[in-house]
Design a protein around this ligand. Structure first.
Ligand code: C2E
Ligand code: CA
Ligand code: CA
Length: 885
C-alpha cells in the first residue's frame, strides 16, 4: 500500500510540476509575444501619429489662431495633396482629416473638394474641445464616413500657442489592418491577441471570437490593476467570453492609451501537459493494478501458508499424542516387543523385551543394529544353549511366524513375527513358561509311544520338521530311515501279544543302542519304525542300516521262547530326496517297499526313478483292488508232460489278470502287489478253489499244480481251507500239487516243515518251484519234505550252449534222484532241450514246446480228446508217489 501510495504521490507531484512548468512556459510565451506585438502596435500608431504631429506642428508654426485663417492656409489643394501623399506609405490609415474648432472639416486626404460636414458630434471632438490633452486620443471602433470601413480613430488636439483650441487632427486606422497583420504573425491554436483601450474597451481581437470589438473588459478583473502597474499576467478562471479558463498577458503601450493582451486558453496551454499527465496516470494506474494483483496473490499465498501451518501444527500435535500413547503402551505391555526396520536397525525394543531377553539397557537405548544384538546374544551363549530352532533369537528375518523358544534360565517364550510393508518386522515375545510346563505334561503323552518310550508318529513328525528347519539354515544333510520288522506278525500270532510287545520293546532298545544321542527314533505304528539321522549323508545312513540289520536279526528271548525277526529299511536323504518331512517319509517308505521286494532283511536307498515306479505301483495297487472286487481274474492251465511220450500228466494253474485298459497284466507285476497288500491270501484262496473245481471236472484224473506265495503258506488256516476245498470239489488230495519257492525256506524252518508235513499227510504233494535260482543248495533241501523240484527255466535256456549249465542240471538230477525227488524240467521250448532232458533222465517236462498256458475250456477240450483217444489214459499219467519218507 505504501508503495502504491508513494507511486501515486510521485506521479501527482510530477504531474503538478509539469503543469506548473506548462503554466510558466505559457506565461513566458505570452509575454514574449505580447512584447513583440505591443512594439509592433506602437510602431503602427507612431507612424500615423508622426503625420498628425507633423501637421499639428505646421499649423502651430504658421501662427494660425483663428478659424478662418486655418481654413485659408490649410484648406487648399496643396495641403490636400500633401496629405494624400502621406497615405502612400501608410496602408493602415484610411485618410487624414483636419477639423476646425467648430467641428467642420478643413481638409482631408480622401476627397477634393472638401465636403462640408461636421464631426462635432463625435466623442473625440467633444473630448478635445473640453480637454487640453496633449496626448493622442483613440476612439472606439466606428465606421469611417469617407470610406465606410470599420476603423478606430487616432486623434490629436491642435492647440494654439496661447493654449487656444484650434481643432483636431484625425486619422482613421483600418481595423482590417490589424487582422491581416496578426494573421501574418501566425498564432498557435488557442492563442489570441486583443488590442484594448486603457479604459477596457476592446478595439481589436484576433482571431474572431466572442470578444467582439466594442465590448468591455469587466471592471472586476485584475486587468485594470495590471494596466495601471505597467503590465503582467493574470489568469481568468472564466472569461466573459466563451474561451473557458485562459492565461492573459497584459502589455500597456507607453505612448498610446492602448493595451495589447495576449490570451491563451488553458485548454491549449495545458494540452501537452494533459497528454503527459494522462500517460503518467495510465502508467501509474497499470502499475497500481499490477501491484494490487500482486498484493492479492501474496495475500492469498500468505493465507494458504498460514492455513497449512495451522494444519501441520495440528498434525504434529496428533503425532506427538500417538507417540506418547505408543511409548506408554510399549512400556506397560506384558509382552516384549521389538521392531526392526528394513535396513536392520532395531528401532524399538521395549522394557519387557529387555527383561525377557536379558539385553543390556544401554545397548538397546542406542538403536543398535539387529545383527549386533544377535551377535551379543550368541556370545553370551544364550541361543546356542537352547537346542530348539531357530538359532537367530528371532531377530533375523526368519519366515516362521510363530514358534517357542526356551531360554537357558528355563523361561519359555512364544515368539511371533509380523512383517512390515516396508520390509522390516515386528516381533513379540510372550512369557509362556507356565503354559508350556502344563503342556509338556500333556504333550509328552501326545508325542510319545507308551510302549517303547520312543516318539510316536505325531512326535516324530514334529521333530522331523524341527530338524529340517535347522538343517535349512545350516544346510547339512539329514537321513530318514523307515524300518519294517520282518516276520513280526508271525511272532505276534504264535507267541501272543505280550511276547509281541516285549519283542517291540527289545527291538526299540537295540535301535537306541545303535543310534547316536542326537538321532531321533519313532515308532509310527505296529512294527513300523523310523529314525532321523541329523547331519548324515547316504554313506552314513547305509552304515547305520547295516548295523541295524545285524543287531535286529539276533535272536530274542521272550520269556521261555526264542524268536528271530528281520528288518527291512528304506532310506531317504534330505535335501536330495525331498525338501519336506512328508516327502522324505513317503520316499523312505518307497525305498522300504523296494527293500521288502528285494527279499527282506535288507536296506534300500530311495532313487528318483523309484518315484515313477512307485507311482505306477500305487496305480496298479488301486486297480488291483478293484480287480479283486470285479473278478477280473481268470486261470490258465499249462500242461506238465511225460518227457518220453509228451503226454500231459498234470496242468499248472497260472493266474491271469485281464486289466480293462492294460490288457493281460503279467503275474510278475501283480503278484508282488498282492503279496504286499495282503490280498494274496484271499486271491490265493480263490485260485485254489477254482483250480480244484476245474480239475475235478476234467475227463481224466490228471493232477493240478497250484502256486502258493510264502504269505499264503504262513496262513494258519491254509490246511483247513484246503481240506475244505478238496471235500467240497470232490478232488482227490493226491491230484493236488502245491508249488512253493525257495524264498519260503528262509523263514522260520520249523513252522514251514510243520505245515508241509500236515499237507502231505492229507495226500497233497509239495513241489519246490524255480529250483536253482536262490541260494538254497540241495543239502539244505534235505530238511524239507518235498515231493518234487522244478528246475528253473534259466538252466534249460543255457543247456545247449553252456557246458557248466549242463553239468549243473546233471548234478541236480542226480542229487534229486538220490533224495527220491521227482524232477520237472521247466521252460522247454525246443526239441533239442527236450531230447537233452530225456538223455539226462529227466522224466517230466513243462514248456511252450509241449503246451502254452490255455484257458479252461481249451484245456477241458484237450483232456476230453485225450480221454476219448486213450481210455486207459488215467494209468499212463499217474505219477508214482515219491517213495522216500
Ligand atoms: P512259475 O510258477 O514258474 O510258472 C511258470 C511260468 O513260466 C509261467 O509264467 C509260464 O507261462 C511260463 N512258462 C512256461 N513254459 C515256458 C516256456 O517254455 N518258456 C518261457 N519263457 N516261459 C514258460 P506266468 O504265467 O507268467 O507266471 C509267472 C509266475 O507267476 C509263476 O512262475 C508263478 O511264480 C507266479 N504265479 C502264477 N500264478 C500264480 C498263482 O495262482 N499264485 C501264485 N502265488 N503265484 C502264481
Ligand atoms: Ca509254478
Ligand atoms: Ca517255475
Amino acid at each position: 500500500m505504501a508503495l502504491m501510495l508513494s507511486l501515486v504521490l510521485a506521479a501527482g507531484i510530477a504531474i503538478w510540476q509539469l503543469r506548473q512548468g506548462a503554466v510558466a512556459d505559457t506565461e513566458d510565451d505570452n509575454h514574449r509575444l505580447g512584447v513583440v506585438l505591443a512594439e509592433q502596435t506602437t510602431r503602427t500608431l507612431q507612424a500615423v501619429d508622426f503625420v498628425l504631429r507633423e501637421m499639428s506642428d505646421k499649423i502651430i508654426d504658421s501662427g494660425v489662431d483663428d478659424l478662418n485663417v486655418l481654413h485659408k492656409i490649410f484648406g487648399g489643394l496643396d495641403v490636400h495633396q500633401a496629405l494624400a501623399r502621406r497615405l502612400v506609405d501608410l496602408p493602415q490609415v484610411i485618410g487624414f482629416t483636419i477639423v476646425d474648432s467648430s467641428g467642420h472639416l478643413v481638409n482631408l486626404s480622401r476627397k477634393w473638394p472638401v465636403p462640408d460636414y461636421s464631426v462635432a458630434d463625435r466623442a473625440y471632438f467633444q473630448y478635445f474641445a473640453a480637454t487640453a490633452d496633449p496626448n493622442p486620443y483613440i476612439s472606439e471602433p466606428a465606421i469611417a464616413r469617407t470610406s465606410g470601413e470599420k476603423a478606430i480613430f487616432l486623434v490629436r488636439r491642435i492647440t494654439g500657442l496661447n493654449g487656444t483650441f484650434l481643432g483636431v487632427l484625425v486619422a482613421p486606422i483600418r481595423l482590417d489592418y490589424f487582422d491581416t497583420f496578426f494573421a501574418k504573425t501566425g498564432f498557435s491554436d488557442g492563442t489570441g491577441v486583443s488590442i484594448v483601450r486603457r479604459d477596457g474597451l476592446i478595439l481589436v481581437h484576433f482571431p474572431g471570437s466572442d470578444l467582439r470589438p466594442g465590448t468591455r473588459i469587466p471592471t472586476k478583473l485584475s486587468w485594470y490593476d495590471l494596466v495601471a502597474s505597467g503590465g503582467g499576467h493574470y489568469r481568468l478562471a472564466n472569461t466573459f467570453a466563451d474561451l473557458g479558463p485562459t492565461f492573459v498577458s497584459v502589455h500597456p503601450l507607453k505612448h498610446y492609451p492602448v493595451v495589447v493582451d495576449v490570451v491563451r486558453t488553458q485548454a491549449a496551454a495545458l494540452a501537452r501537459w494533459f497528454r503527459q499527465a494522462i500517460a503518467i496516470a495510465a502508467g501509474v494506474l497499470s502499475a497500481s493494478i499490477s501491484l494490487a494483483l500482486l498484493l492479492r496473490a501474496l495475500t492469498r499465498q500468505v493465507a494458504i501458508s498460514e492455513a497449512s501451518q495451522d494444519q501441520i501444527s495440528r498434525q504434529v500435535k496428533a503425532l506427538q499424542a500417538s507417540e506418547t500413547l505408543l511409548a506408554t503402551t510399549l512400556e506397560h505391555m506384558n509382552q516384549g516387543l521389538i521392531m526392526i526396520d528394513a535396513t536392520g536397525m532395531m528401532l524399538i525394543c521395549n522394557k519387557r523385551a529387555i527383561e525377557l531377553l536379558d539385553l543390556p539397557v544401554d545397548m538397546m537405548a542406542a538403536y543398535p543394529r539387529a545383527a549386533d544384538v544377535i551377535e551379543y546374544v550368541r556370545q553370551r551363549d544364550d541361543v546356542l544353549a537352547c537346542s530348539e530352532p531357530p538359532l537367530d533369537m528371532g531377530l533375523v528375518l526368519d519366515n516362521q511366524a510363530c514358534y517357542e523358544r526356551r531360554r537357558p534360565n528355563g523361561t519359555v517364550l512364544e515368539v511371533r513375527t509380523a512383517p512390515l510393508p516396508d520390509g522390516g518386522l515386528v516381533r513379540t515375545f510372550t512369557d509362556i513358561t507356565a503354559r508350556a510346563a502344563a503342556e509338556a505334561m500333556l504333550g509328552l503323552a501326545a508325542s510319545h509311544d507308551q510302549l517303547t518310550g520312543l516318539a510316536n508318529r505325531n512326535g516324530f513328525n514334529t521333530r522331523l520338521d524341527a530338524t529340517l528347519a535347522a538343517a535349512r539354515r545350516g544346510n547339512p544333510e539329514v537321513a530318514v530311515l523307515c524300518l519294517d520288522l520282518d516276520r513280526f506278525k508271525a511272532v505276534n500270532d504264535t507267541l501272543g501279544h505280550d511276547a509281541g510287545d516285549q519283542l517291540l520293546v527289545l527291538a526299540a532298545q537295540r535301535m537306541r543302542e545303535i543310534a547316536r544321542v542326537t538321532d531321533i527314533i519313532g515308532r509310527l505304528g505296529g512294527d513300523e519304525f523310523a529314525i532321523i539321522l541329523p547331519a548324515t549323508n547316504l554313506a552314513g545312513a547305509e552304515q547305520v542300516s547295516r548295523r541295524l540289520l545285524e543287531s535286529i536279526r539276533m535272536p530274542y528271548i521272550l520269556g521261555t521262547e526264542r524268536a528271530r525277526i528281520g528288518v527291512s529299511i528304506g532310506i531317504a536323504i534330505y535335501p536330495t530326496d525331498g525338501g519336506t518331512a512328508e516327502q522324505l517319509l513317503r520316499n523312505a517308505d518307497t525305498a522300504l517297499y523296494k527293500a521288502k521286494a528285494a527279499g527282506r532283511n535288507t536296506f534300500c536307498a530311495y532313487a528318483t526313478e523309484d518315484g515313477q515306479r512307485e507311482q505306477h505301483r500305487v496305480q496298479l495297487e488301486q486297480d488291483f483292488r478293484t480287480a479283486v472286487e470285479l473278478a477280473q481274474f481268470s486261470l490258465a492251465y499249462q500242461p506238465i508232460c511225460d518227457a518220453a511220450t509228451s503226454e500231459p500228466v498234470a496242468f499248472e494253474a497260472l493266474l491271469r489278470w485281464n486289466h480293462p485298459k492294460r490288457g493281460a497284466v503279467p503275474p510278475s507285476d501283480f503278484i508282488p502287489i498282492a503279496e504286499q497288500t495282503g490280498l494274496i491270501i484271499s486271491l490265493g484262496r480263490w485260485v485254489i478253489e477254482v483250480a480244484c473245481a476245474e480239475a475235478a471236472a476234467w475227463a481224466l484224473p490228471l493232477r493240478i499244480a497250484i502256486n502258493l506265495s510264502p504269505a499264503q503258506f504262513r496262513d494258519q488256516d491254509l490246511l483247513s481251507f484246503i481240506r475244505d476245498v478238496l471235500s467240497r470239489t470232490g478232488l482227490a488230495p493226491t491230484r493236488l500239487d502245491l508249488e512253493v519257492t525257495e524264498g519260503l525256506l528262509l523263514e522260520d524252518v520249523a513252522d514251514i516243515v510243520k505245515t508241509m508235513q500236515a499237507l502231505r499227510s492229507v495226500g497233497v504233494r509239495m513241489v519246490l518251484d524255480d529250483f536253482g535260482t536262490a541260494h538254497a543248495n540241495l543239502s539244505y533241501l534235505r530238511g524239507f519234505p518235498f515231493d518234487a523240484v522244478k528246475i528253473d527255466r534259466s538252466f534249460l535256456r543255457a543247456l545247449n550252449s553252456d557246458r557248466q549249465a549242463r553239468a549243473l542240471v546233471e548234478a541236480m538230477l542226480a542229487m534229486a534222484g538220490a533224495l527220491g525227488l521227482d524232477v520237472i524240467g521247466e521252460g522247454v521250448e525246443t526239441p533239442e532241450q527236450l531230447t537233452l532232458l530225456c538223455l539226462l533222465q529227466c522224466r517230466w517236462v513243462q514248456g511252450f514246446l509241449l503246451g502254452r498256458p490255455a484257458p479252461s475250456e481249451e484245456t477241458r477240450e484237450l483232456i476230453w480228446n485225450r480221454a476219448a483217444n486213450n481210455p486207459r489214459g488215467d494209468k499212463a499219467v499217474r505219477l508214482p508217489r515219491a517213495t522216500h519218507r
